[in-house]
Design a protein around this ligand. Structure first.
Ligand SMILES: [Zn+2]
Length: 84
């Protein structure tokens, strides 16, 4: 699989690290953190996820079909703040 980095261009997936589900929002309540950290779905089909390009340290939000590794939109990930 090859992923497009906005700064480096299209690169092999070995330069990237999967960093998790991009559809989850960090909970504001401490008691919900265990589920947020450890409970994961294993979706089949299109899914939005975070990838880190380890070469330039850019976080990406990637839409990917988990069955075929086809890519949809790829953008620079935006930081969300809890409670603001
Ligand atoms: Zn890059």
């Amino acid at each position: 699989m090859r992923l497009p980095c906005p700064y480096c261009g299209e690169r092999d997936s070995r330069e990237f690290t999967y960093r998790g589900d991009a559809t989850l929002t960090r909970p504001a309540v401490e008691s919900e953190m265990a589920d947020y950290v450890y409970q994961r779905d294993n979706p089949l089909g299109w899914h939005k996820e975070y990838w880190l390009h380890t070469v330039c340290r850019t976080w990406l939000a990637v839409e990917r079909d988990t069955r075929t590794h086809a890519l949809g939109p790829v953008s620079i990930a935006r930081c969300e703040r809890v409670g603001s």
